[in-house]
Design a protein around this ligand. Sequence first.
Ligand code: OXD
Length: 316
Amino acid sequence: MTTQVLISVSNSANFTKWEQALRERLPVEFELVADPGPLVRHLVTWSPAPDLFDSLPGLQTCFSAGAGVDHVLHNPSLPDGLPIYRLEDAGMAAQMARYSRHEVERIVLRKDVYEAQQQAQSWEEHSAIDPAEVSIGVLGFGVLGRTVASVLAREGYQVSAFRRQAGDSSYRTPERQEISLWHGAERWPAFLEQSQVLVLVAPLTDATRHIINEQSLAALPPGASIINVGRGALIDTQALIKAMNSGHIRSASLDVFETEPLVEADPLWQTPGVRITPHISAITMIGPAATQVAKGIMAFDKGQPVAGTVTRSAGY
Ligand code: OXD
């Protein structure tokens, strides 16, 4: 019997890529369709239309075409109890780690200072910074956060990570560097106090919305830097701009924004010390993503566990 899989992604070029990639990975009895209807049993989606789920009465699973699922969880037509799955890595972790490492190294090599000096034709040498003396805090320790933290630890930085769940107090990377693990609201201020660079890799949930606000920015050490590769709404932008203008925060490398694309009038464009990229720190690689989705669809149909299961109450 034919099973329909609906691919509902942002444009027809992406549809074609997903269709080809899934066609190569799913047996022929899975029919890949672009339009909703009563025969659809599985959905692969990015930013589904607000009423999409209303026209899918036979839907049994929803696979996010990205690591985040906020775009699905906030959908007003999402039925209660529908299983949702997110991409777990699909080539994104390594990209995010590379992006974060690049931004950290710019900070540690004082590239911003030397670029300003070049503009002023000033030849001035500053002391070198030993990575072992730079303390980096990573917010989020899922598949993506753990990879980012491990890559930074491998570079010799002192890395700690803050996560939602209690558990071990440290993690040893495959190369045997130690990452200290923190959790609990009462330890959040102390975690911030020791984070000279704060890397945000957390999902957006009710608990993390604007977690970087006036109070948490004030808890960071003077001259701290922020790198956001998670979600724009983790940061209260007004508070960030204020903290940057006061000089308390030295730099902010922002890849994600509360509203995307960032509008022309947004003050972030003009805030000194802000570096903006258009949500490219981890681009979904359709090959590995389709492999995870195809395996998930087949596992679901056989009643087996599916990777990337989302816990709705946790928000990811
Ligand atoms: C994702 C993203 O969630 O690209 O995968 O933001």
